[in-house]
Design a binder for this molecule. Structure first.
Ligand code: NI
Ligand code: MN
Length: 226
């Protein structure tokens, strides 16, 4: 699986011949100014929760790519009212098998108000599974024991976890999360974008290394194979 970092919590994963884009927030992010938005392709777009820093580019990217947008029921209802037709609503605990694999929408401990103040439902994360393996995107969340349930069910190749602290887990809790998930390969997201979540990259990597784990922090616009 090839992961491309588009900044903040936005990234793409190429798997099973498809491209999945998560939590589109590119055009408002000065750190992602080098990303050629109009070149981004997507077969599916998965949105973890309703906050602007996870959904700002959803409408425009969906129209550009024709991607099927997957999120919780309230967010899909809100996007549908704005004209999106290729959508798939889910809710916590549910799974659905798409042409790229199975998606399970799992719990996150956070909040989910939409940019106009509408109810964004409950926040979540995604576990994607297919013949190439399984990975977990936590969305925005605190450390939560629910992560043990993911480890019971899935053998994760990698986990994409927030590490910026203040609004979500920081690096130390992300290490504890990775232990609960039984997954030693982590891609960090949700850091540096705002003053409250600026982190020391070397210190974050060392926090993981001290636990025998690998923290990947790919530069924005770059990719890695996982
Ligand atoms: Ni959030
Ligand atoms: Mn966020």
């Amino acid at each position: 699986m090839k992961l491309t970092n588009y900044g903040h919590s936005c990234f793409a994963v190429e798997t099973a011949g498809k491209t999945l884009v998560f939590d589109p927030y590119i055009t408002p992010n000065p750190l992602a100014a080098s990303v050629a938005f109009d070149q981004i392709v997507a077969d599916a777009m998965l949105i973890s929760h309703g906050h602007d820093d996870h959904i700002a580019d959803a409408i425009s990217l969906a129209k550009q790519t024709g991607a099927t947008v997957v999120s919780n029921f309230e967010i899909i209802t809100w996007l549908s009212k704005q004209g999106l037709e290729k959508t798939h609503p889910m809710n916590l605990g549910g799974s659905w098998t798409f042409d790229f694999g199975q998606v399970k929408y799992v719990t996150a401990q956070h909040s989910s108000q939409l940019p106009d103040g509408s109810n964004g439902g409950n926040p979540g994360g995604f576990v994607v599974s297919n013949a190439e393996g399984s990975f977990y995107f936590a969305g925005d969340t605190a450390l939560t024991l629910d992560m043990t349930l993911i480890a019971e069910e899935f053998d994760l190749k990698f986990a994409v976890l927030p590490i910026g602290d203040n609004f979500t887990m920081g690096a130390a809790d992300a290490v504890r999360a990775a232990k609960l998930l039984k997954c030693s390969t982590v891609v960090g997201v949700h850091y540096d974008t705002f003053p409250w979540i600026k982190i020391d990259h070397a210190a974050a990597r060392e926090t993981f290394a001290a636990a025998g784990m690998t923290l990947h922090l790919p530069a924005i616009g770059t990719s890695l194979d996982l």
